[in-house]
Design a protein around this ligand. Structure first.
Ligand code: PA5
Length: 451
């Protein structure tokens, strides 16, 4: 079971820190929010009450069996969850292992960006004949996903292969161009539930198929998520990780801490911080409140990696402005252990020789959190007794629920992203998409200051 340590959030040495009383004062508000979540289950919760989404993945397992490579084509919420599951739950060198070492499971690649160097690097390193491409787009219209789809489809056809045998679409049940193409050409598809948006969709077929292809136990992911939901709904605030995460972040935001750093002391868990970064940013960064007041709220999420970023960020976190609340991710059980050998008869290295790398890394975590506290900076810690499907499923659900609760506290809609739209429309105009001419900035008169 995942553990949470809020000790250094409430420490009385933190100047202008939050108190237990402030939590108590908000407890009935939280109770009402949780009641509402339970009664009007948002889509990302509703999916837990059926096996439909797991089954939809199991039902196409035969379709995967002739392949070595599984390539995800999608971006944002259609990619980040997959990347997080893959890197957190499989060895970091997964794609370099032999088929036997992978127990026959597939290598996983993600084509999200439209950087040609990046796309070419992936496509050059796989045997297209042995590759299944999973094109994921809820809207079925995102420019990056569609462009990369066209690129991979072009390659499939160049190789003289049947696109129907190398493509799976994961998309909206009714809408979008992917759905249209799938219907016309009878391409295999998986549905994304209508009421689940991109960044909340990792436990739908969006994230489940690639996870299954890599041999991740997706039923255990669901078990973890279901456990986290039940706990969040049942428990009072002091035994409720999602509620405490949301409320402590919200209260510290009110006191000027408008940055939320998630610092993983594990390269594997770092990818969960990446997933969280999108979830917190896109869900909570909003111009208007639910009652249409201009409020421009949002806490900027930052990801960091311990110990690496101790040599890059920690100076700022310790001595810089009081604008951060920090979450550490810790594992108590690395997959591997490396003993630091006794190589030199050298006094200054003796404190390392004979110890393990994990001992050093976890000591560095204690060192960093203690130093932050001494500098008056609040932090909390999420502890993975083991990095497995049950715990990762919990983490995902606790944080999705925390985001939904925080949305209520900030009085904004956490499920939309109107701020992404304008940039998209300008891009469409620049690329000549009919209907978007008015957004062409080339037509606007503006004094330019270019050096
Ligand atoms: O969270 C979101 O809604 C976004 O990040 C989307 O996932 C992203 O824009 C991709 O959208 P789509 O899946 O429609 O291609």
């Amino acid at each position: 079971m995942l553990k949470f340590d809020f000790t250094n959030i409430f420490n009385s040495d933190i100047p202008n820190g939050i108190t237990k009383d402030e939590i108590e004062q908000n407890s009935s508000k939280i109770k009402n929010i949780l009641k509402d979540i339970n009664e009007n289950k948002p889509g990302f919760v509703e999916i837990l009450f059926t096996n439909k989404w797991l089954d939809s993945v199991f039902n196409i397992k035969n379709f995967l069996k002739d392949f070595d490579n599984f390539v995800i084509v999608g971006i944002g919420g259609s990619a980040l969850g997959n990347i997080a599951l893959q890197n957190t739950l499989k060895p970091l060198n997964w794609n370099f292992l032999s088929k036997e070492e992978r127990n026959g499971h597939l290598r996983i690649f993600v084509i999200d960006n439209v950087d040609p160097d990046y796309v070419a690097a992936i496509l050059d390193s796989i045997d297209i004949k042995r590759t299944i491409f999973n094109v994921i787009s809820k809207s079925g219209s995102t420019a990056e996903a569609m462009a990369n789809y066209l690129v991979v489809r072009g390659i499939i056809e160049t190789y003289g292969l049947n696109p129907k045998e190398h493509l799976i679409f994961t998309t909206d049940p009714k809408n979008g161009v992917l759905r249209k193409i799938a219907n016309e050409e009878n391409i295999k598809t998986l549905e994304i539930p209508e009421n689940v948006g991109g960044r909340f969709s990792v436990l739908t077929p969006v994230g489940l198929l690639s996870a299954f292809a890599a041999g991740i136990n997706i039923e255990k992911l669901y078990e973890g998520a279901r456990y986290a939901f039940e706990r969040t709904i049942k428990e009072d605030i002091w035994n409720n990780p999602s509620a405490l995460i949301a409320l402590t972040h919200y209260l510290y935001y009110q006191k000027g801490r408008n940055i939320s750093v998630m610092m993983a002391y594990s390269n594997k868990l770092y990818y969960l911080a990446d997933w969280y970064r999108q979830l917190w940013a896109e869900s909570l960064g909003k111009a208007y409140s639910k009652d249409n007041q201009k409020i421009n709220v949002g806490q900027t999420p930052v990801k960091a990696l311990g110990a690496t970023d101790q040599h890059s960020q920690i100076q700022l976190y310790n001595e810089g402005p009081d604008d951060k609340i920090i979450t550490f991710l810790k594992t108590e059980c690395f997959d591997r252990n490396i003993k630091i050998p006794q190589v030199h008869n050298e006094k200054s290295l003796n404190y390392l020789q004979g110890k393990t790398l994990s001992q050093l890394l976890n000591s560095e975590l204690i060192g960093t959190e203690s130093a932050l506290l001494k500098h008056g900076k609040p932090s909390l810690k999420v502890i993975f007794p083991k990095i497995d499907e049950f715990n990762v499923g919990q983490f995902i659900m606790y944080y999705e629920l925390a985001t939904a609760i925080a949305g209520e506290l900030f009085n904004i809609n956490p499920y939309d992203q109107p701020g992404v739209e304008l940039g998209k429309k300008i891009t469409y105009a620049l690329m000549g998409r009919p209907g978007f001419e008015e957004y062409n900035i080339g037509n606007q008169k503006q004094e330019r200051i270019e050096l």
